[in-house]
Ligand binder design. Structure first.
Ligand code: SF4
Ligand code: SF4
Length: 490
């Protein structure tokens, strides 16, 4: 298999060595977990437990909501103290519903049912198990994994290549790197199970060339399987983005607005493949993940295996705490992650990193006017014209920004990274996308309200017509009995 370069991209400083040298650390249980019911793409899960109930590790605590959604499980045993709004992992400081569990320290699990050899099982049944385990894309998007599997099985031309993404191109993050080094066999098993479910012809595992040990470990684990290839790709941000990775590995470009299945590819992250192996061979739902705790303000940066719902303050404390007050807390990587309002937010399934950055790391010179150097255009991996898009977004002309391809922008931040005028281009795009989603939601709500009031008016009109008809029928004189008798005689 070959790789071709995708357009644009940048080479930010990696800072990977901060956390990549130490093995994954298993943490002691925290005192409390706040398991969000909205930590996946789609609608909020619906709680199935109440305050006061005892829950066991692996027990369902939130069933999937309407439409696209995912199940949520108790990460350990304890007492549910509340089902309430808690500070969400969102930059705006909004709250979202969570199941709060006071951990009892016993880590008592629900009994696991012995599983058959999954390679002998029905494919749809396996996809259903992935759905019930609440597995979502763990590279950041948190899209329900079973939905992708089912869509792939329905794909018109089938899936030729299952791609397992071990790119991890964001600076600081090394969670996937350590997972590949330490648990390569399980990732390969997960990849083979996905291949079996979607009936893919082959598996390509793409890893950036700055992860030598991970490449070796994955190659050794893949050796017995002739249809699995480990493809080494150049280190270039945003290599980990699906469209860029697919282009680099297969040479095929996913069309604008299209899906990877349009070019015969299904992509899953290495951590998602690992979670699928745990689910289908051990019956484990998704209740923990590997997460990088790093940044200049963290005393002992390291990767940890943490329970979903653990407050990120606990994660940072377990890495020695901070040496000075962090200037910025980020969930995810510094390029595409989100700035957190505090360390009080819980860890979610899609969070690959928690960064506590110091003053020096976040220092950003003040923005100055655009000098029309076009560096942002050269850096954009989607072939967009960021300076024009930003001009329209700044003027609230979202249609104009859309005409320049805003919908195709993956918010990678490459343009802002290279801008010599330090214009926060990506902030304009985030703002414009957010505003348009909000406008769409408002329009949807008013359509719904209009439909309701139209239906109400129609019903009232029908009721009034029925009443009038009944009244008219009462007023109509009845024929005389004699006349009726005469008519019957005829
Ligand atoms: S990189 Fe910055 S200064 Fe150069 S054209 Fe783009 S927005 Fe303007
Ligand atoms: S943030 Fe959007 S416009 Fe900027 S480089 Fe990335 S894809 Fe291009």
């Amino acid at each position: 298999m070959w790789f071709s370069a995708f357009r644009g991209g940048v080479h930010p400083d990696g800072f990977k060595e901060l956390s990549s040298q130490l093995p994954i650390k298993t943490l002691p249980l925290p005192k409390e977990l706040r398991v969000s019911l909205r930590q996946h793409a789609g609608s909020e899960a619906i709680p199935v437990v109440k305050a006061g109930e005892r829950v066991l590790k692996g027990q369902l605590i939130g069933r999937p909501g309407e439409g696209l959604s995912a199940a949520v499980h108790a990460p350990t045993s304890g007492i549910v103290t509340a089902v309430e709004e808690v500070l969400a992992a969102h930059p705006s400081g909004i709250h979202s519903k969570a199941v709060v569990i006071e951990v009892d320290g016993k880590d008592e699990a629900i009994p696991t049912v012995a599983t058959l050899d999954p390679f002998t099982m029905d494919r749809a049944e396996l996809a259903q198990r992935v759905s019930e385990a609440g597995i979502v894309g763990m590279g950041g998007a948190a899209f329900p994994a079973a939905v992708k599997l089912s869509a792939a099985t329905r794909s018109k031309d089938g899936i030729e290549t299952l791609m397992i993404n071990g790119g991890e191109c964001e600076p600081y993050l090394t969670a996937d790197d350590r997972l590949m080094r330490e648990r390569a066999d399980q990732i390969i098993l997960g990849a083979r199970l996905i291949q079996y479910i979607i009936n893919a012809g082959r598996i390509a595992i793409a890893i950036e060339d700055n992860k030598g040990e991970a490449i070796e470990a994955m190659r050794a684990a893949a050796k017995p399987y002739s249809d699995i290839e480990v493809v080494v790709v150049p280190t270039r941000y945003p290599m980990g983005s699906a469209k860029q990775m697919i282009q680099a590995v297969t040479g095929k470009e996913v069309p604008a607005g299209g899906r990877s299945s349009d070019v015969g590819v299904l992509m899953h992250n290495v951590a998602t493949a690992y979670a699928i192996a745990q689910c289908l061979t051990r019956g484990e739902p998704l209740i923990s993940r590997i997460v990088t705790i790093s940044g200049g303000a963290v005393k002992r940066p390291q990767n940890v295996e943490a329970l979903i719902g653990t407050p990120i303050s606990h994660l940072v404390e377990q890495c020695g705490g901070t040496s000075d007050t962090p200037d910025r807390i980020i969930l995810g990587g510094p390029m595409m992650g989100v700035i957190m309002p505090s360390t009080d937010v819980p860890l979610n399934k899609g969070s690959a990193g928690v960064l506590a950055l110091n003053k020096r790391e976040v220092a950003a010179p003040a923005a100055s006017p655009c000098i029309r150097c076009a560096r942002c255009v050269d850096a954009c991996p989607m072939g967009l014209v960021p300076l024009e898009m930003a001009n329209h977004a700044r003027a609230q002309d979202f249609d104009g920004a859309n005409d320049y391809g805003l919908k195709d922008c993956i918010l990678c931040g490459s343009c802002a990274y290279v801008c010599p005028s330090h214009i926060p281009l990506v902030h304009y795009f985030q703002y414009a996308k957010g505003e348009q989603s909000a406008q769409k939601a408002t329009a949807k709500r008013s359509d719904y309200t209009r439909e309701l009031s139209d239906a109400k008016r129609e019903r009232k009109e029908k009721e009034a017509a029925a009443k009038a008809a009944a009244k008219a029928a009462k007023r109509k004189p009845k024929p005389a009995k004699k006349a009726v008798a005469e008519e019957e005689d005829e």
